[in-house]
Design a protein around this ligand. Structure first.
Ligand SMILES: [Zn+2]
Length: 246
């Protein structure tokens, strides 16, 4: 069964048709939430991609509130670029090269133009998540993930090598990571409507400002598993992104 509804839209520059996909919420088996707010459903990110680079002409454009006739649910007669050709700029995420390419795309977008705060927040948040992707699921390097039977030895070893290399790349790019996060923090503090739940304490935690993170978390009225986990990691002085539920 298809888990998606397809829709179609045109590049405003060359008018090529692109296929977009909306996940059918009722068919989602498994949602995973990470501390930085990234949610994966069936291993795919569900936050819509708003910055798109046309696979035909390379023109980049923003899709905020797509409306007819710009968007149609009827497959056009013309040739259509499939979702995989433009989704996350056609990047392959199975290795760290792809993850670094994604980081560089966001950095280029941010350098190329001046954006209104809402758009800059979107791009900086995706850049933050892209840096975190380098060492997301770092706990999988532990032998227990192989012993638990989650993956075969070959897959576990290969994944482990990629995560260890990803951690090195993360450390190498740490200055850029913190610069982006500081800028995102300043924007979110100015525009509280744009904040995702518990995003501010998480940013402080990832910036290693554990006391500030704890201070904000202590103020949260109704404690949830998410709040408790963030508090725990802040007390441990652990700044790495982690899986909250999954
Ligand atoms: Zn185009």
């Amino acid at each position: 069964m298809l888990k998606y509804d397809s829709f179609y839209f045109q590049c405003p520059h060359c008018h090529a048709w692109l296929e977009g996909r909306n996940l059918k919420a009722e068919l989602v088996n498994e949602a995973v939430l990470y501390s930085d707010g990234k949610v994966l459903n069936d291993n795919l990110i569900t936050t819509p991609q708003k910055m798109i680079m046309c696979p035909s002409c390379g023109h980049s454009f923003w899709v905020e509130h797509p409306e007819e006739p710009f968007i149609t649910y009827e497959k056009p007669e013309a040739e259509v670029y499939s979702w995989n050709t433009w989704r996350f700029f056609g990047i392959n995420f199975s290795d760290n090269k792809g993850k670094m390419a994604l980081i560089n795309h966001y950095k280029t977008f941010l350098k190329k133009s001046h954006y209104e705060p809402k758009k800059e927040i979107y791009l900086r948040r995706f850049l933050w998540w892209a840096y975190n992707d380098l060492h997301r699921n770092h706990q999988h390097i532990r032998l227990k993930y192989f012993l638990n039977g989650f993956m075969s030895y070959g897959v576990w070893r290969c994944n482990r090598r990629m995560l260890l290399e990803g951690e090195k790349l993360f450390i190498r790019n740490y200055k850029d990571f913190t610069e982006n996060l500081r800028r995102l923090l300043a924007l979110l503090e100015k525009h509280p409507d744009e904040q995702i739940d518990l995003e501010l304490p998480e940013i402080y935690r990832e910036l290693r400002q554990f006391d500030k993170a704890k201070e904000l978390l202590e103020k949260v009225g109704s404690r949830t598993h998410f709040t408790n986990e963030l508090l725990r990691h802040s007390k441990w002085k652990d700044a790495r992104v982690f899986m909250v539920t999954g």
